[in-house]
Design a protein around this ligand. Sequence first.
Ligand SMILES: Cc1cc2nc3c(=O)[nH]c(=O)nc-3n(C[C@H](O)[C@H](O)[C@H](O)COP(=O)(O)OP(=O)(O)OC[C@H]3O[C@@H](n4cnc5c(N)ncnc54)[C@H](O)[C@@H]3O)c2cc1C
Length: 397
Amino acid sequence: MGSAPVTIVGAGPSGLTLAWWLIQHGHTVTVLERESTVPRDMRASTFHPATLDLLADSGLADELVARGTVVPQWQYLIHQSGERAVFDMTCLSDVTVYPFRLQCEQFQLTELLAARLAEHPFCSLHFGAEVKEITTSTDGVRIHYQHHNQMVDANCDWLVAADGASSQVRRSLGLTFAGQVFPKTSITLVLDYPFEDDIANLLGVNYVWLPDRHYSLMRLRDTWRFTYSPEQDQDVDTALSDPVARAHIKNVSASAAEATIRSRNYYTLHQRCLDRFCHGRVLFVGDAAHLNSPAGGMGMNSGIHDARSLADHLVPVLEGEDAALLERYDRRRRTIALEEVQRLSAQNYARHRETQTDKRQVIWQELQETVNDPAKHRDYLLDAAMIRSREREQTIE
Ligand SMILES: Cc1cc2nc3c(=O)[nH]c(=O)nc-3n(C[C@H](O)[C@H](O)[C@H](O)COP(=O)(O)OP(=O)(O)OC[C@H]3O[C@@H](n4cnc5c(N)ncnc54)[C@H](O)[C@@H]3O)c2cc1C
């Protein structure tokens, strides 16, 4: 197996969008993915307008729209009273071609990209290729990986770590991934049940408050995702068990509690960030570089924004510009990770999960003020749609 100027470790959304943008500029890439096929990852389900705009030229945005559910309005909903705070993204139609949240599984994007990349002469995409170790020098990177049952050594000029939260590349370099674990874990169920038949005024994305807890209900093309937080100190098996899962569903819909549960996944939530995204010839993108709460659906989107930014900086370097240009990629995307994505998603985490009555009242008041004031409403949505963070990034030198 040969090597390429650029090797990308990991065929998730960050790695494959980067590979796609590099080959569009005529550069060859190798992608090494540990799994034997594109993982059918059940994590991300929301694509934001700023990301769809980036995927528009390639036709990928429209292909995703065809596979997903368009959600122009989403809401906070008080289950008992039916009170709502509805956000309407159509007010962003002057700044994006896609003024909606697109509910579509992240594997839809990675499957589309993998199919395109597999046929492209500039890309070598290898599944069943698990990177074990890397060593760096001033002029390149040596990669030690297992391809099926064989150990392989290869060289590249630039290595991009897109190998996710537990990045082996990050471990191999001995880098610290500073941050914290959020106090509450999260469980996502996928159900066939049409919740909209049971709950009045349900939209495609709903953050639902009950007196002592919170659920989120997200619609996909043929399914619904139902998310709950296990009780403090509840062990994972109990939290995932049928009686517990169905008791949670029953809190919002008695008939949905009888439905088939297609899948159930348990997640520990982290907020972390590397001190630097560029370590010599090793460059980090996506979850390998930073993690945030999934509340508000920003992790995958920001990984794709990293990939776009890295392509914009790495292409000129591959074509002869000084590698110092990559420092700007680091400044831009680390600032956005820390000051925009982590800030907003931690706010969402706290807002969704608040159960104290007095604190909830304050949040509810703020939400009502926001949706009822056109200027505040737009301002809020520019952040939530990740349009403002993309704009801010361009101003960082
Ligand atoms: C419950 C939940 C819900 C979420 N919902 C959303 C959402 O709605 N919107 C959103 O934007 N984000 C969401 N996220 C976050 C999102 O899933 C991640 O941010 C996103 O998957 C990161 O993409 P990535 O490509 O950087 O990493 P990953 O998707 O983790 O991909 C990494 C890839 O690298 C491969 N790999 C790992 N190690 C190796 C190795 N040693 N060698 C070779 N390959 C390797 C893996 O197999 C994998 O394919 C959610 C997260 C959670 C937990």
